[in-house]
Write a new protein. Sequence first.
Length: 134
Amino acid sequence: RKPADTEVVVTLPPTVPAAPGAVPVGDAAGQVLASPVTVRDLLVGMLRATPPPGVRVAPHTAVVLETAALRITTTRVYVTGTLQGYVAEAVNRTAEPLPLRLPEYSAPGLTALSATAEVLPPHGTTTVYLVFQP
């Protein structure tokens, strides 16, 4: 594998406290369950849009990457313990197919990264999933 010709830097959104509209998942008495959530648990929950117990979900909007060809904007945040997961929309701003090249993305604390499509069609979109652990 040869070195990347482009460096992609993702801007980490600020830490999100519990906010109006956040949905804690817990037991019938409203107590948030204390079982630890792994990176895999959080990523699977984000992919399925079903948060694991103990995870808060809230709307979130922040541009995390913006270039002439690509814009990635968060739409939701999943928070639990030291993990923060972001669901984002990636938009291809060009008239050509655009590979996301996910293995080249880096940011402090970025632990897991996935997308529903690794190549965006011309002017197309896809969903991107990012999990951070400081």
